[in-house]
Every structure is written in C-alpha cells, then in structure tokens.
Design a binder for this molecule. Sequence first.
Ligand SMILES: [Zn+2]
Length: 341
Amino acid sequence: MSHPVHSIMIRALLLVAALAPAVAGAQTSTASSDVEVLEASDIRWTGRITYEVAPGDTLGEIAEEYGVTVEEIRRWNNLRSDRINVGQSLVIRTRSSSSGTERVRTTYTVRSGDTGSAIARRHGVSVAELQRWNRNTNLDRLRIGQDLVVYVEDSGSGSTGSPQRGRLRGGVALESGTGFRVRNAERAYGTPSTVSFIRNGIARVTARYVEVPDLMVHDLSFARGGRMTPHASHQNGLDADITYFRTGVQDVCSWQDVEPRELDARLQWYLFRTWIELGVVEYIFVNFELQQPIYDYALARGASVEQLDEWFEYPERGSSGVIRHEAGHDDHFHIRFRNVQ
Ligand SMILES: [Zn+2]
C-alpha cells in the first residue's frame, strides 16, 4: 500500500471536510486560511530567566510550562535528582525568536474552565509568549468565546525522528470529543494530522450508527514527544492506544481484556476501514484471535478476500497485513498513523 503523499493529504482533507458537521464545535480553530508565518524559535538557547520554585511545583510542571525538558533544567542547574525546594532559584534557558524554524499564527477560542497557563501548555508555548501575542488581554480574566492569538511551530515539521526515538514539534492536544474520552491529557499529544484522524474517524462511526459507546483513548505522546514509559514507541505523535468497541456497553468501553465474542465487529470494522481507506495507517496492532470476528464480519459484508489479505494478518499467522498481531493487544489496539504533513 503506497500512496503519493499529496494524494493522502488530499484524501485526508476531504475526510476532514466531509466530517465537518460531525465535528462542529471542535475547539481549536487552526484557521489555515488565516495563516501568517512568523520567524520564530530554533533549538538555540539565547536567553535565560530565573525561576523561583513555588509550593507544589515539580520539575516536570516547570519544564512543561517553559517548553523545555526536565533533563535540560537539571543540566542547567547541576541537579542530581528531580528534587527541588520551595524558594530555590532555577535557571531556565529560553529560545531566540529570530532564527530557524517558522511558527504559524492560529487562533484559539477560550472555553469554559480554560486558564492562560493551561492554554499555553496545550500549545507548547510559555505564558509570557501568550501574553506577548495578546497584549490587550488579561490572561487572568479570560472570557468564554474570546479569541487568542497563538503562534505554534509549523506543523509541517511535526514529527521528527522515529516513533522509537523521536520528538514532536507543534504537537496538538487531543481532547475528549464525539464518541471518545481522553484518559490523560498530558499524554495525549499528536501531530495535527494524527489528532484529526482520531477525532474524525471516531466521529464518523457515531455519525453512522446509533448508540455507539464511547471509546477510551489512552496514550499518544507527550507535548514535545520523547520517551514515554512504559512504551518503546509513542515518541513522535504518530501512535495511539485505544480501547475496542465491545457489545452490550452503554457508556464507555473501558480498558479490559476483550474476548472475540465480546468484540463489536461491526463498529470496529467501520472504524478501521475509515482509517485504512484514507491511506493514513502504517499498521494497527490487534491480537490475532480478535482479528477473526472483524475479518469474518468484513467478509460477510462483501469485502473481497484479496482486499482483506492486504488488510489483515488473519487467517494466516505470520503473514503481513495492516492489521497485525502484537502480543498484549487484547485490551486495546495500537494504531500507528503515517507521517502525513
Ligand atoms: Zn501503544
């Protein structure tokens, strides 16, 4: 299955466009018609600030706030561990805004419960930057529906390195949406395309069928990617762990072992097919035994054996297929999306 990147992109955009009504109300408007390019930060550190540790702070939160890593803070301050004390001064390096990669201007519409720091964190920028871009806005008194300007790193260079050793730039937070809930917001960042494929793919199932239970989306990647235990991959915004559709579930399909007879093959097939036909899937890990009901359902609904051969490892163990066995995937499937830019 190889598709020229531009055709993948066009089909991806068509899906997104086709789904627009189903996802109306999506909160982050990354208005591509309104794109301006700003010369912005590179990996060069040019400035520094002194941060005084406040009660309740952790290195991880401070790192996130300033868009740096815990390792970097430790290195700049010669810290031997992650322990910090209230009142301690930490040096945080900041980046220049004059060389290297581009940032793209987007607008973000404030929602109920938003704070300036949460919005900054979600976009991988600092509160100071957010304030600078919105000079006349009091970030402590945000109004619902108000638009904020956010310059995000150009998503064109979203994913770098490999899923096993990679980073994520301009990562977008996947927030709970139509047909799914996100378990842990901090661990749910992906490339803009990964996030929209998940959102729109699941929304499409709910648009087609009635009484579809919510799926639970577990880990994608951290805001800036990098190692995420216990996974080997999940490092550059292309991977996601998602629960299976189970029959007889009213509310949410939680993370638990699923027997082949419990799997809702109809919904599962429709979801997988949506993504695979779009040409955006690298592979999907599904336990071998769980592939059977989905395969059988697809066959009964008229899919050809040749087509299913390309899509499933089942029925021949060890053969290739987009949907393939990898141990440990009886309580969730793992999908790796292609790096579509
Ligand atoms: Zn996974």
